[in-house]
Design a protein around this ligand. Structure first.
Ligand SMILES: [Mg+2]
Length: 226
């Protein structure tokens, strides 16, 4: 019977939050040099607020920022911000140091590998390709395709049926308890939480519901479990 390991992408295979923070700060510094009249920490706080309001897949965060600061959009500043953001992000983008070797070892052990990710299909594929990881995965399923986001059971069911494996033979690895872990456990998959600590209320919930999950601090620790 086919054994499968499914992965979340962001903050599971690579440090999404860290790279995004560096790229946003660099973009704002270039905009400030070109005339954005804010201190860099103020600009960063404002940008974070806009991203929170509009969502991370909205593509006009810098437009909104200039509108809020100047009362109108500033095309030059917006373009400088966008170019810097993308250049810095792509220059730095790489997997966690142990991600590739861990995936290679799981393949060697006979696991089929997949991705279950909340996000836009092309954008998530673009990340996997830029990270140099796309060849590892037999199936990549996004919320964009599934029409629902993790933790909805249907995205996990879609991934299992595409992979042709049973929930009981599958494991989900992700950094978000409420999305990756609960979603997987609810369809009967095993689950491993990585790069994240359980809160007290999550611990209580796990105990109350009798859920069995593993918690690891580095993706390389998968080798000892799987
Ligand atoms: Mg994640």
């Amino acid at each position: 019977m086919l054994k499968a390991v499914f992965f979340d992408i962001d903050d599971t295979l690579y440090d999404t939050s860290g790279f995004a923070r560096l790229a946003r700060k660099a973009a704002l510094n270039v905009m400030i040099d070109a005339g954005l009249p804010l201190a860099s920490n103020k600009a960063y706080t404002l940008l974070r607020q806009i991203i929170k309001e509009k969502g991370s897949n909205y593509d006009k965060h810098f437009n909104v920022l200039t509108r809020e600061v100047f009362g109108q959009e500033k095309p030059l500043l917006i373009a400088l911000g966008m170019i810097t953001y993308h250049n810095v992000k792509f220059a730095l983008l790489r997997p966690f140091p142990k991600t590739p070797s861990t995936l290679i070892n799981l393949k060697k052990k006979g696991y089929h590998l997949g991705v279950i990710s909340n996000g836009l299909t092309i954008k998530q594929w673009e990340k996997l390709i830029r990270l140099g990881l796309h060849h590892f995965f037999d199936e990549v399923v996004t919320s964009d395709e599934a029409g629902v986001e993790k933790p909805d059971e249907r995205i996990f069911q879609l991934a299992l049926s595409r992979m042709g494996c049973r929930a009981g033979k599958s494991v989900m690895v992700g950094n978000k308890f409420s999305e990756d872990i609960l979603g997987a456990v609810n369809v009967g998959m095993s689950a491993i939480l990585v790069n994240s600590e359980l809160t007290e209320s999550e611990k209580e919930y796990i105990k109350k519901e009798g859920i069995e999950i593993e918690v690891i601090s580095n993706i390389k620790d998968l080798g000892a479990i799987l």
